[in-house]
Each structure stands twice: as C-alpha cells, then as structure tokens.
Design a protein around this ligand. Structure first.
Ligand code: NZQ
Ligand code: ZN
Length: 390
C-alpha cells in the first residue's frame, strides 16, 4: 500500500429535512454573511432556495443570492460571484445544487481570498490555502464534489475545461436529503450513476498491485450502484434507493475508495475535452462513451485485474482465457451504461472524427504529453481511444 495523507473535514447532515438545518449549523460555525450560489431553475422552482433562505433568516444569518450556474460551470460567472463576495464581505459560500454549482462555489471561495484572477489557480495549479468555508445542499448525486478536493471549471474563451485540487476547498458541511433528488430527470439520474461508477473505475485500474482493504470497498460500491441503478430509474421516488445512491456518490469520490493506490484518471481527462469542445455534453454521458473505449484499449496491460472486476461486479464465470474474460468485463461495462440509457458512441454525442484533432492541443495543455497510470497514454493513444469510441 502506498503512503497517503487523507483529509476529510466534511460534516454530513444526511436524511429527510436535512436542508432545514442549514441556518442552525452555519450559525454554530460562526457564519454571518453567506453567498447562496445555485444553478439554472430546478432549485428555485422546487422552492428549495426559499426554504434555505428561510432557514438562514431564522438563524439571523445575512445572505445574498447568485444563481445561473450552468452544467460544466464557466469562469465568467465565477468572476462575477468573486466580485460580489469581496464587495459584500461574505464569509461563507453555500452551494445549492450539483457538481457544477459546488465547483463554481469552490472557485468563488478561492477567488474571494486572493488578489488576482481565480482562473490563474486553474491554470497554474498553485496551492492556495486561503479559501472561504463552503457548505453544500446537494441536489444530484454524481460528481461527489460535496466532499471532494476538486473543482472543475470551463473557460469558454480559451476552449478549456480543467480541474483544481486542494484539501482547503473541501466543503465543511454537506446537507444531503435524498428526497431532493426525486425530481431529477432520468437522464440526469443515469449520468450521475455513470459518473460515480467511473470514479471507482478510475481508482481500481492503475499500475499498482492489489490493496485489498481499498479494492474491496471499491468493488462493494460498484455492486451497490449496479443494484440500486435500476431501482432509482424505475421508482424515482423510492427513498431508500435514492438514499443509497446519494451516499454512494459521496463515497465514490471523497477519496477512501482509492487510498494507497496510484489511481489513473486518464478517462476523465479524455471526457473533459469533450465537455470543453461542446459544453452541452453532460460529463456522465461523455464518460459512458469513453470508459469502455479506454478499457478496451488498455486491458491487455493487466487482464487479470479486469477479469477479477468482471467476476466481482458482474458475476462473470472464468473461461480459462483471461484476456477473453477481461474483454467480457469491458462489454458488461458498456452494456451497464447502455442499460441506464447512456450513449455508447461519440456520434450520439455529436462528436465526429474531425473533432479529435481539435481536442488534442487542449488535452496537451491540461495533461502534458503523457498521462494516466495503468498505461501512460500519449496524445496518439488518446486519438486512438477517441477513434475507438466513434
Ligand atoms: O441548473 P439546474 O436547473 O439546477 O439543473 C441541473 C442541471 O441541469 C439539474 N438538477 C440538479 N439537481 C436537480 C436537477 N434537476 C431536477 N431536480 C434536481 N434535484 O441537473 C443538471 C446537471 O447538474 P450538474 O450540477 O451539472 O451535475 P453534476 O453533479 O453531474 O456535475 C457535473 C459537473 O461536475 C464536474 C463535471 O466535470 C461537471 O462539470 N465534476 C466535478 C468533480 C469534483 N468536483 O470532484 C468530479 C467529477 O469527476 C466531475 O468532473
Ligand atoms: Zn466524474
């Protein structure tokens, strides 16, 4: 097992009515003036923003609102929010939404504490210890940003989408009420399930040997997602299924499921270029296309591990041919994503062969000339994987 230094400062308030505790919990932590940051329409229309505002009012906490965060959040709104926070001397940022809103909030919380332009952090990845504390009311289980150290933001002007990682921006409080996810459209539910499953795959397949304590936790989360996925899709208001999925989404990406391993993350890098190319591409849908293609391309590096995954997660019986077993596991993965209603080809995402060359320069800007762990991928490898996914 590799050495690690794991920080997980998030307090989780989980269950029915969790969001009603926002005001009291923030008051306990000394919040005085809060920016409530949210997305397009869902949180406003469901009345959630009003309920959160009422909870803050009841606790005597001042609050400002800034909505409009789009999926694949963009730096322009972040800059606007940073200016607002500085002007109003905001001391906490409260994200009400999913990964996009939370990531925008993380960028805002950093930007509010530095002098220069916050995009510079995403560009240089330099550590920034000064971050406003962040709280989250989660409305979609998917990205795991409610407890993760990462934020991913797009810059449309530069055609970039890139991440910034720092323990200082992990949320301090996460309010997780599974009932808030009953209103999710099936596509968003499915994209979320795909994303959380992908967060496990990224951690399971790398160039490191077995780490049983981590690997078995990871595999049990994969099995849980497989079992709960059809339940939430068929019964969107099944509380227990939604609760299992919501908690799984956090466990998949807060860090535990990869501790002591190297982890890979090549497929996320390949997907982020798709969402940078076309911001209407949903992260989970891009992953549903790219993960099976990546697996097919690299599984010869360690077929026994892919076969093990196939046995443990999909119950595949060994055939005696370990490479054939590995490829069957890849097929099962593709079929699982398809069963959720996710796309399986780039064509379904509107991405054509010509687009591949357009993505490589920004991929290089984000990842350099080689990336990934199970197999170090060159830009030629990346192009080959995109072609496999066409
Ligand atoms: O904008 P509104 O109207 O709120 O609609 C949202 C949005 O259109 C809708 N939605 C959210 N909760 C809802 C709801 N609709 C009905 N009922 C609800 N309860 O869902 C849509 C998608 O929301 P979004 O926040 O974009 O989803 P997700 O949580 O999947 O976040 C995706 C973003 O997270 C990044 C992705 O790259 C992408 O930009 N990631 C962040 C990570 C991190 N910070 O650690 C890791 C991930 O790998 C990922 O890269
Ligand atoms: Zn992801």
């Amino acid at each position: 097992m590799e050495n690690f230094d794991f920080v997980s400062p998030t307090e989780f308030v989980f269950g029915r009515g969790a969001e009603e505790q926002v005001g009291a919990k923030l008051a306990e932590r000394g919040a005085r003036r809060v920016l409530v940051h949210f997305g397009g329409a869902s949180a406003r229309e469901s009345g959630l923003i009003d309920r959160v505002a009422a909870s803050l009012d009841a606790a005597g906490i001042e609050h400002l609102e800034l909505g409009g965060v789009r999926p694949n959040p963009e730096i322009t709104l972040v800059r606007e929010a940073v200016a607002l926070c500085k002007e109003a001397e905001v001391d906490w940022v409260l994200a009400v939404g999913g990964g996009s809103v939370i990531d925008s909030a993380k960028a805002v919380a950093n930007g509010a504490c530095i002098d220069g332009d916050v995009w510079e952090l995403f560009e240089t990845k330099r550590p920034n210890p000064d971050v406003l504390p962040i709280a989250v009311v989660l409305t979609i289980p998917a990205a795991g940003s409610e407890a993760s150290k990462n934020a991913v933001v797009s810059n449309d002007e530069l055609g970039r989408k890139t991440g910034y990682g720092s323990d200082a921006q992990r949320p301090k409080l996460a309010f997780m009420n599974p009932e808030l996810t009953f209103t999710l459209p099936p596509f968003q539910t499915a994209a979320g399930l795909t994303d959380m499953f992908a967060h496990l795959l990224e951690r399971f397949f790398d160039d490191y040997g077995p780490v049983p304590v981590t690997d078995n936790l990871n595999l049990s989360l994969m099995r849980t997602i497989r079992a709960e996925a059809p339940r939430v899709l068929v019964e969107p208001d099944n509380y227990d299924a939604r609760a299992n999925v919501m908690w799984a989404g956090m466990l998949c990406h807060q860090g535990l499921a990869g501790l002591g391993r190297h982890e890979d993350w090549a497929t996320h890098a390949l997907e982020h270029e798709l969402s940078a190319l076309d911001p209407s591409i949903t992260h989970g849908a891009g992953l549903a296309v790219m993960f099976p293609a990546w697996m097919e391309y690299v599984c010869e590096e360690n077929p026994a591990r892919f076969a093990h995954y196939g046995r443990e997660v999909f119950g595949l019986a060994p055939t005696g041919d370990v490479l054939a077993d590995a490829l069957s596991a890849v097929d099962e993965t593709r079929a699982f994503f398809a069963s959720l209603g996710m796309p399986t080809t780039l064509a379904e995402l509107g991405v054509a062969e010509d687009d591949i060359e357009r993505m490589l320069p920004t991929l290089r800007a984000n990842k350099g000339d080689a990336f990934g762990s199970l197999r170090r991928l060159t830009l030629e490898d990346a192009a080959a994987i995109y072609r496999l996914a066409l």
